[in-house]
Design a binder for this molecule. Sequence first.
Ligand code: AP5
Ligand code: ZN
Length: 215
Amino acid sequence: MKLVLLGPPGAGKGTQASRIVDKYNVVHISTGDIFRKNLSENTPLGKKAKEYMDQGLLVPDDVTVEMVEDRLSWPDITDGYMLDGFPRTISQAESLDKILDKAGDKLDLALCIEADYSLLTKRITGRRMCKCGETYHVEFHPPKVEGICDKCGGELYQRDDDKEDTVVKRLKEYEEKTQPLVDYYEKQNILKTVNGSRTVDEVFEDISKILDECK
Ligand code: AP5
Ligand code: ZN
């Protein structure tokens, strides 16, 4: 199964991705996570991405597409993958189609998690992350012990781009550049949408139904 996860910042893509990976045999490829890893290792790619991420802007398409194309050449993805946070522009979607086409492949599903705009800022500013990939929320999904990851015991931290003024810019970028992808995948007849404004379990139940049909 090859799928892309769409949805505005804070809709719950990362949260649901970690559940999808636990239940289905797909490799999780998050462009945001790859950029953050490069950033923490201070690589040239990380330094380049930081210029944009800190401002809540999208990293340029050429940089992002090259990075994804490289990731899709790794041998671990033969059983399927889930792209999270990519594509994010029409140009990225067209590039992905070309990469898949070259390999004689195609996407099975574009899964869009929608959520009320009023919820998104609250979700993002209250988010806390762990290095192991788990995501928490101070109010909606708190860890058992404050500031400590339930899964690995690691210390939780806040993402640099989760401050309120950066979040406003990220949401604007989404509306202008990423929202058009909903139509793009609808035209390809592979779009499914779930309502992400409900609890994590309810959203995952809907996603599971869709993925079970797609297997
Ligand atoms: P990226 O890391 O992809 O961030 P994003 O798309 O902005 O999405 P988020 O990670 O903020 O939200 P999410 O939907 O994963 O929500 P989450 O599950 O954490 O991108 C970051 C940056 O990298 C971009 O701004 C850009 O600069 C760059 N970038 C990345 N990809 C790029 C690309 N393709 N092209 C160009 N640039 C790119 O949930 C949020 C919070 O809500 C959490 O605290 C969670 O616990 C809580 N929560 C989740 N679900 C629920 C629920 N159902 N009920 C209550 N709380 C919930
Ligand atoms: Zn952890």
